[in-house]
Design a protein around this ligand. Structure first.
Ligand code: HEC
Ligand code: HEC
Ligand code: HEC
Length: 382
């Protein structure tokens, strides 16, 4: 009996009319401007709770299959993450000894003090949030996040350490030997008169991570750029600046410098002596020997040519668009070769990058590791 009555009351036509009526009502409310979007009126506590509940559950469900790498305690990863945190995150989230601006406290929702909230998240949750951002909140996604998950993990490595860091430890990790004034934020540096040397304010930001001497700091946290070919540095910086070489860390750093400064920076770093680096681990002589064979002879099975004809060591002068690899950190070389394996156009900035992409794409992971170990162990002059 009741079933029959309901059937009569809720006919498909009436249900459709009700849905249309509701939609029109919502539209009319939106059109009327009666909803207050002012950030001055906070959400009702229940809305606040609900939104955060949605966010937490969304993050937890989406991270079920993610596994954190076992390198999150590596000092180099932490330093790399810290360097970027200072320029890309601290302006909203604050940092040890650097409280958030009153403007941030007027955001809705407020960008939280991560030193306090990070312990409630697992590394894989932090990874997901930093990579993807959070819709409707102002929390941005990672620049080039789908290609550079390795960089997102470096930030997670740093976030894990953040709650225990003193002001001094943070300053050293984020700025190296430079001071706070060197921290580049998210806004572009104003253009100014161009000189033969890089402007001090521009160079100071690069030096936080690469040092003024281009040798980098904290083990293998940052690639060696000292003594690299000037043309290659110029091309790499331009590619980061326009976004054709993907790295959330370097795209952020390069996009904010005046374009005219790129030449002066390239000249400065190319002129620095390239010194031997202290390897992160004692190189395995067998691996290095295998790497040398690949570098000198190539690998027939994968169609890999000898690397030495372009990257040395070679007795003749090389094309300046071919970067020097001798004395570069093994983990950096390996990572760059793996980036090309994705067969997209996310790595490389010079005119001959297509050549290198094709070579790297066909290489086996073991061969990549061996040849990276070989070039890292080679004296930097070669
Ligand atoms: C423009 C400001 C802004 C920037 C820049 C920013 N964030 Fe956020 N972030 C936010 C806001 C706002 C939230 C709050 C989101 C929410 O409540 O759901 C947030 C949330 C987070 C959370 C979740 C914290 C929690 O406990 O809910 C993490 C982790 C985080 N951000 C990390 C970072 C990192 C790392 C960077 C730099 C790569 C960064 N954020 C850059 C605004 C920002
Ligand atoms: C927050 C740390 C940080 C800052 C600041 C920074 N770099 Fe970098 N730099 C890196 C990292 C990390 C990489 C490796 C990026 C990649 O994987 O492509 C890199 C890569 C590079 C490369 C490419 C190296 C190669 O062999 O291809 C050049 C050139 C470079 N940086 C120059 C600069 C200059 C010049 C500045 C100043 C405008 C600067 N960087 C600022 C961290 C930084
Ligand atoms: C025909 C010349 C050529 C050969 C052969 C070659 N490369 Fe390259 N390689 C390049 C060029 C050009 C680039 C620069 C790409 C760009 O524009 O960023 C490069 C870049 C690289 C980089 C990135 C360096 C950095 O500082 O980021 C690595 C690593 C590398 N090559 C490894 C190798 C290895 C290993 C081999 C041998 C298996 C090899 N290359 C063979 C031309 C070559």
């Amino acid at each position: 009996m009741t079933g029959w009555r309901l059937n009569v009351l809720i006919t498909p036509l009436r249900a459709a009319l009700a849905a249309v009526g509701l939609a029109v009502g919502v539209l009319a409310f939106a059109w009327s401007g009666l909803f207050n979007v002012a950030a001055t009126t906070p959400h009702w506590p229940i809305t606040d709770w609900f939104l955060h509940y949605v966010m937490i559950n969304s993050v937890k469900t989406r991270t079920l299959a993610i596994e954190a790498p076992d390198t999150l305690d590596s000092p180099a990863m932490i330093a790399r993450g810290a360097g970027h945190y200072a320029s890309g995150c601290a302006s909203c989230h604050g940092a040890p000894g650097r409280p958030r601006s009153p403007i941030i406290h007027e955001m809705s929702p407020v960008a939280p003090d991560l030193a306090r909230t990070v312990p409630s998240w697992e590394p894989k949750h932090l990874f997901w949030i930093v990579k993807n951002g959070v819709k409707f909140t102002g929390m941005p996604a990672w620049v080039s996040g789908s290609e550079r998950e390795d960089e997102v993990w470096a930030v997670v490595a740093f976030l894990k350490r953040l709650p225990d860091l003193s002001e001094q430890e943070y300053a050293r990790l984020a700025m190296g030997a430079e001071t706070d004034g060197a921290v580049g934020g998210l806004v572009a540096i104003a253009h100014g008169p161009q000189g033969p040397a890089p402007r001090p304010d521009v160079l100071a930001d690069c030096a936080r991570c690469h040092g003024r001497d281009g040798m980098g700091r904290d083990g293998d946290a940052f690639p060696v750029i000292a003594g690299q070919s000037e043309d290659y540095i110029y091309d790499a910086l331009s590619a980061y600046a326009v976004g054709t070489r993907h790295s959330g860390v370097m795209q952020t750093a390069a996009a904010r410098i005046p374009y005219a400064e790129i030449a002066a920076l390239a000249e400065h770093y190319a002129a620095q002596p390239r010194r031997p680096v202290v390897p992160a681990a004692t190189p395995d002589p067998e691996l290095v020997a295998r790497g040398e064979k690949i570098a000198r002879e190539g690998v027939r099975a994968t169609g890999t040519p000898a690397c030495v004809s372009c990257h040395g060591p070679a007795p003749t002068a090389r094309n300046p668009a071919y970067p020097k690899l001798a004395g570069q950190h093994a983990n950096y070389l390996e990572q760059q070769l793996l980036l090309w394996e994705k067969e997209d156009d996310s790595r490389g900035g010079g005119p001959f990058r297509e050549i290198m992409r094709k070579i790297a794409f066909h290489m086996e992971k073991d061969d990549i590791r061996a040849v990276a170990a070989y070039y890292a162990a080679l004296p930097p002059g070669e």
